[in-house]
Ligand binder design. Sequence first.
Ligand SMILES: Cc1cc2nc3c(=O)[nH]c(=O)nc-3n(C[C@H](O)[C@H](O)[C@H](O)COP(=O)(O)O)c2cc1C
Length: 329
Amino acid sequence: MHIADLPKPFFILAPMDDVTDTVFRQIVASTAAPELCFTEFVNVDGLQSPGRSKLLKKLRFVESEQGLVAQLWGLKPDNFQAIADQIASGELAEELGLPAGHNFAGIDLNMGCPAKSEVQNGACSALIKQENRQQAGDIIAATRAGAAGRLPVSVKTRLGFNEVDMTWFEFLLAQDLPMLTVHGRTRKEMSKVPARWELIGKVAELRRQLAPQTLLVGNGDVMNSLHGEQLAARYGLDGIMIGRGVFHDPYAFAVHSPWEGVPQAERIELYRRHVELFAATWQQGERNIKTLNKFCKVYIQGFDGAKELREQLMAAENVAELIRILTAQ
Ligand SMILES: Cc1cc2nc3c(=O)[nH]c(=O)nc-3n(C[C@H](O)[C@H](O)[C@H](O)COP(=O)(O)O)c2cc1C
């Protein structure tokens, strides 16, 4: 999917670290696919260090995944440039085992993660701060130089650092970005307050004046595509990004989600497919089996005995045991 060919509004599966790996993205795509997906964020400085091989799992994808955007974070512009070049040239996809011609659809820069460890170093949402604006500009320029016109370079950010900061958007909208995603909270707000869509609407107004060519994507607390369509129409947005909504409804991107009526057997079957794909994908133990527990409640809910079944599944020590329990239902 080329960014220029996206429908209005288009939908994106949000990047969620340790959640939206290739396995979960494939499951979501099999129920109701968004137009774009983002990878988990991956550190460019780590990718350019001896620790590279450990980080590559965050970028793994398969041939059937179309419209996948690689999300990067880090500090050193040189490393952004080198990784953007490896991505845009197809070299990195080849290293991941993809056949020639299969590549990422874009590169996104994380300028919104609020985690202390990232912010202390001046990365992610710390780039929103006025004193780091030069650094943010250098990172955008370096990534763009690495991509060299072969892939679009977009940004995902928040409304501000401690306070809502419209100068941040004036700055970003002067960067000629193809796409900008705005999570409707400041860094200080973490996830503690409801997303402020009226402020995302204000950014959309600014976009109309300063950069009508930049696609604007709203993000925060969207439950499903119907909800997203309403918000896009109300606030004049091109796209909607949904993250945690898929925890409540794996069919969140369907025009009319059938999830409420999906019977117990199909819910169990969907989780079984997730577990089997997990086992087939992460054969070298790259991901701990216990990471599956965060998905258990996505599927195993909404029927009598779901809680007891979840308890049994979460206590399982290996994939074989999980499959045995799921198949016995
Ligand atoms: C577990 C988890 C991990 C996340 N990891 C990332 C990430 O790697 N990169 C990023 O830009 N945002 C990340 N986010 C933020 C989401 O992409 C999204 O902006 C946020 O959850 C709000 O959208 P939602 O209400 O639709 O979930 C993460 C959120 C969660 C809950």
